[in-house]
Design a binder for this molecule. Structure first.
Ligand code: PAF
Length: 279
């Protein structure tokens, strides 16, 4: 497993790989790796000949009042978690390498970024799209893997790839959950014991809403109110959104249909958690 921090070195290496006709797969991460990332890495290994994992906590996707400075960072720990997984290259650049002085070019995926998390995290998806495009240009993968927990992020990246004619296949991989249903996230480490218990109610609310849908309910207002009650009963009052929306356009719906996206974002003390399921 080679650890590379320089863009020039990374590009030199992948140019050589591409000349030999090998397929490069990329798993982009911000580190603090968990089982969800490990699944992406295992899938990435099956889908390419040379597997690259990037680790970079991207400042442009954090708002001013968000957790950029306290975001968990543990490069040594991350490297030891993945050393036996067949990763060929870890690309771990520093801040100045990705955003040198004078940097001023950004990518925006206009409509998709307006929904769900976009309302609550202005600029977030612009930062994500920009850094992912940069990573694609640096690593030149044929395939890139992302978790479906960040469903809106996945859709935005797929749209960017289509709109900008990038030659990379973007694959979403199902959410990995704890036994009690909590979606794995690097931010779960922020949760104290009692907060961790409330957090498990987030996925429970989604499952209960889906049960209502499976029993024939189609009125999204009713289902959302029902879900909010479940959250509020466990002390989760800070709900950014709980929404049923079209899985492609992410537009909110009044009548739910099979396959629609049910997505939620809540804050438990300072920790923001997101989750989703398909109806
Ligand atoms: O999902 C993440 O970890 C990040 O948003 C990503 C895709 C690595 C971009 O910084």
């Amino acid at each position: 497993m080679r650890i590379i921090s320089s863009i020039r070195e990374m590009q030199g290496l992948v140019n050589g790989v591409i000349r030999t006709g090998k397929r490069i797969s990329l798993v982009p991460t911000m580190g603090a790796l968990h089982e969800g990332h490990i699944n992406l890495i295992n899938e990435g290994r099956n889908r390419g000949d040379v597997l690259v994992v990037s680790i970079f906590v991207n400042p442009t996707q954090f708002g001013l009042s968000e957790d950029f400075t306290k975001y968990p960072r543990d490069l040594e720990g991350d490297l030891s978690k993945i050393e036996d997984l067949g990763v060929d290259i870890v690309f771990a650049p520093n801040l100045e390498e990705i955003y040198p002085e004078g940097f001023q070019t950004y990518v925006e995926v206009k409509d998709l970024q307006e929904h769900l998390c976009g309302h609550f995290r202005p600029g977030h998806f612009r930062g994500v799209a920009t850094v992912v495009l940069k990573l694609f240009n640096i690593v030149k993968p044929q395939v890139a893997l992302f978790g479906e927990k960040d469903y809106q992020q996945l859709k935005i990246i797929q749209r960017m790839v289509k709109d900008l004619n990038l030659e990379v296949e973007v694959i979403g991989y199902p959410i990995v959950r704890e036994k009690d249903g909590l979606a794995l996230s690097s931010r779960n480490v922020y949760l104290l014991m009692n907060e961790r218990n409330s957090a498990s109610q987030v996925s429970k609310a989604l499952r209960e809403i889906k049960r209502k849908f499976d029993m024939g309910c189609r009125n999204t207002n009713l289902m959302v109110e029902f879900g909010k009650k479940i959250l509020e009963e466990t002390g989760i009052n800070d709900i950014d959104y709980l929404e049923i929306c079209d899985p492609e356009t992410l537009e909110s719906k009044e009548l739910a249909g099979r396959g629609d996206l049910l997505a939620v974002a809540v804050r438990i003390k300072g920790t923001r958690l997101i989750d989703n399921i398909r109806l």
